[in-house]
Design a protein around this ligand. Structure first.
Ligand SMILES: *[C@@H]1O[C@H](CO)[C@@H](O)[C@H](O)[C@H]1NC(C)=O
Ligand SMILES: *[C@@H]1O[C@H](CO)[C@@H](O)[C@H](O)[C@H]1NC(C)=O
Length: 264
């Protein structure tokens, strides 16, 4: 009886196809439900939205496919060297961002754009940051961990500090490792606590000195030109005088010629 065998084959193929599509469908629905970045691990956050863990994945860039309802984002212990402009723009709920233990040396202008209203905690500790640019933080009010970075304290940093809107205690994490000038006495100190040191005054002094030197240079040039001019003219005057001394005889001759012409 060949029929049952055929029927069995047909039946098993159909069953296989059904099972296959079922598996595919569940996979798709599951993916839609979590919609997590392909590199990271996502879980529902207790305060709504998602907690996205991308720690210790050797990432060199911020993943581009983070879910838009990310509330807590952990990117610590990766190889990020810079935070580009608008890196977190599509994450309106983001309240905690951990970028610690990376190699961040640069925060582009607008790096945290779009987070001003939501971000409460920003961890930038244990990176390679040397200076802060207010353009990178654009009105961010978050509490930030800025410790364990090789901060270079100079007039630039001093000018930037008052322009930051970060929670004020955050700035105590800026501990100077190097400084300009080197002997300012701020090395090893939190920059905020070295209150009476003005790193820009020193700069003003050096520009004053430069100005003085330039003015002195001009002055010397003017004086030497004057001296040259007077000497040159003295010589001219002497020659003129000699000419004048030799003049009477010439004048006599010309008078003679004029009388001659009148006679003619
Ligand atoms: C995320 O995107 C979806 C689909 O585009 C949208 O419906 C939802 O409101 C967004 N969620 C947030 C928090 O923006
Ligand atoms: C800041 O970061 C450092 C190093 O990553 C850590 O030891 C410290 O506890 C953090 N401070 C706060 C207030 O979170």
């Amino acid at each position: 009886m060949p029929l049952p065998a055929d029927w069995l084959l047909c039946h098993s193929v159909v069953t296989f196809l059904l099972l296959h599509s079922l598996v595919l469908m569940t996979f798709c629905f599951h993916h839609a439900a979590t919609s997590c970045s392909k590199y990271c691990y996502c879980s529902e956050s207790a305060d709504g939205g998602q907690t996205v863990r991308c720690s210790n994945l050797r990432l060199a860039e911020v993943p581009p496919d983070l879910p838009n309802d990310t509330r807590h984002l952990y990117l610590d212990f990766n190889h990020l060297t810079s935070v580009p402009t608008d890196a977190f723009l599509g994450l309106p709920l983001l309240s905690e961002l951990d970028l610690s233990h990376n190699e961040l040396a640069q925060l582009e202008p607008g790096a945290f754009r779009g987070l001003a209203a939501s971000l409460e905690f920003l961890d930038l500790s244990s990176n390679q940051l040397m200076t802060l640019s207010p353009q990178a933080f654009e009105g961010l009010h978050a509490r930030a961990n800025l410790t364990h970075n090789p901060w270079h304290c100079d007039c630039n940093l001093q000018t930037a500090m008052p322009l930051l809107d970060l929670e004020p205690t955050s700035l105590t994490g800026v501990v100077c490792q190097t400084s300009e000038p080197q002997d300012a006495g701020v090395q090893g100190l939190p920059f905020l606590l070295a209150g009476d040191v003005d790193l820009c005054v020193v700069l003003k002094k050096t520009t004053d000195v430069a100005m003085l030197v330039t003015m002195f240079g001009w002055f010397t040039m003017v004086i030497s030109y004057l001296v040259y001019y007077v000497r040159h003219n003295q010589e001219d005057a002497r020659r003129h005088l000699e000419y004048l001394k030799s003049l009477p005889s010439k004048q006599g001759r010309s008078e003679q010629s004029s009388t001659l012409s009148t006679v003619v």
